[in-house]
Ligand binder design. Sequence first.
Ligand code: FES
Length: 697
Amino acid sequence: MRERRIQKHPILPIPERRKIHFYWNQRKLEANEGEVLASALFANGIHVFGHHVKDGSPLGIFCANGQCAQCAVIANGVPVKSCMTPVEENMIVEPVKGLPRLPKVEGEAQFSDIEEVDTDVLIVGGGPAGLSAALQLGERGIDTLIVDDKDRLGGKLVLQTHKFFGSIDDCYAGTRGIDIAKILGNELQKHPSVNVWLNSTLLYVFSDKKAGIVMNGKKYRIVNPKVVLNAAGAREKSLVFPGNTLPGVYGAGAFQTLVNRDLVKAAGRLFVVGGGNVGIIAAYHALQAGITVVGLIEALPQVGGYQVHANKIKRLGVPIYTRHSILSANGDAHVESVTVSEIDDHFKPIPGTEKTFACDTVLIAVGLNPVNEFFREAKEAGMAVFAAGDAKEIAEASSAMFSGKIAGMEIAGALGKDDAKVPNEWYEKANLLKSHPGPVSEPQDKDMEEKGIRPVIHCHQEIPCNPCVSVCKQGVIQIPGNSLLGKPQIVNHDCMGCNKCLFICPGLAITLVDYREDPENPIVSLPYEIYNYEYKKGDTVLLTDCEGRSLERAVVTDSVMRKASRQTQIVKVRVPKKLAQRVAGFRIQKEADTLPIPAPSPNKLPDDATVCYCERVTAGEIRKLIRNGVKDLNQIKAITRAGMGACGAKTCESLIMQLYKEEGVPLEAVTPNTRRPVFVESPLGVFANISEGTAND
Ligand code: FES
């Protein structure tokens, strides 16, 4: 049986945690104190959290972010989202079988007064955007309250073990997301005007301009803000394919939460759907945690993420299949394999090109939707409301930080602070940071002299990133025009071999070739930061070029791991001169582990795919209604229940719209769902501040 908790990690410390116990289906299990139920269950090998009332299909985790309702369990008699509920000593946890029953009512309900709190600014979300905004407001002494539904600040930053792109001055480029979260959190403590409520969920913004917030799922408070900043981030999109609700199919963010926040080895063999930065990075995080990444598919002819990210995983031995789509996730109670195929120019599968891969987990990384309902409601209530980060526009976390900084300054200005003017350069920088990657070009440093020490740049695409330029005190690396968005180039031969560019490059896309000792067989230094094996002298590695093509085997001559290395190991190999500037990395996965397996074609049809996860409504049911001329989501809801589930259509609405698109119906012609008046599911008793242990629902 594979180890279910991560015991060693190249980047993350493994803290000693106090053990507590809980009961699952009357079985006594161990958990780490403070972790959420979903992670505790995964760590005990339990991925099926219940069975759906409609069709008995197994239920498991999908978002691990409180946005969907797939991971519900019954804890101490009450239905809860297991991804948001901390496990308690001796907690009785049971799977959901059918519809949960209302808990027993004992005695009269006891209510307490609801506290009202005034603040100048209410920031929803303590991630990169919310924290950056709060720093601007805190610097000006503006009374600010951050509410965040997690137990720590940082948002998605706390899941990011890789180094960030961008510039050092604007967004800590070259620093890992987990460290940026600490830096921002520490900075915030210097500003007494900023208060933070953790484990606190904004339930609704009411028409009388009051925000209702529940803390720890129990204590209800009203906040009266002058201004609201929505920095609540984004939720992951799901995808319609047969097998999409099988336990083992879940979002890339959920995977990062399990692996990087809760240190649970959530998978053994992983397959990733989606070649944007999120999917590629999730694959990289899996490798760091010792999980085999069987492959990654992308529907477009090239990945949407940064080329340096994609090349990083290709060099380590992860195959990337472009122009491919998922046909099905296969298995009875859990994912056992995935079937993919090539697609044509109209994104239709090409018969005969199917491939099936053995895997236990399929990650869906096909994009994000902004969590923007707070913004909409606050605006309708006539409040002053701003948005920042992914809640405003989906982009990299580096961009979210900058957008939060701008929003903080704009809000300070709106509150009458005379010194709060957003410089024009900030807007220009914000546009640069959210730039999409440019075209890939041929390397420009091919004719480098083969003597002394030469850095070789394996980064051939314009992306907003320049820390290699900033750390090179010799001025060896430059970007033409000194722009943030450009391709770094070697402009002189004064390299001292300090390795700083290797240590800071987020793409691990710089190597150093040292010709000094033996010009015919120079030493190449390769950056490396995967799993728990630190390479040492005498080890053999299979070298690859920039894009992961195998070159030849080489013996490690030395390895370096210094404090200044930002936890990046430098592995040195001696190679023939002709290869020295081509070598960019080495494989860690065996090709045999990533090959397809013989398997019959899947017998499920596209119409069998689930669209409404909560109510288990299929694509076939919805398509039929669309073809019959139904253009109103409320009508679809009334007929099929699609959109009526616990998540409030957060998961299925965009999928239904996608079906309309596929059926050729213009989206402007479709009437959206009528909104329900609470953003997040909550027991009704909460709104009356009912005391614990009394009638709650
Ligand atoms: S997926 Fe939750 S209501 Fe449809």
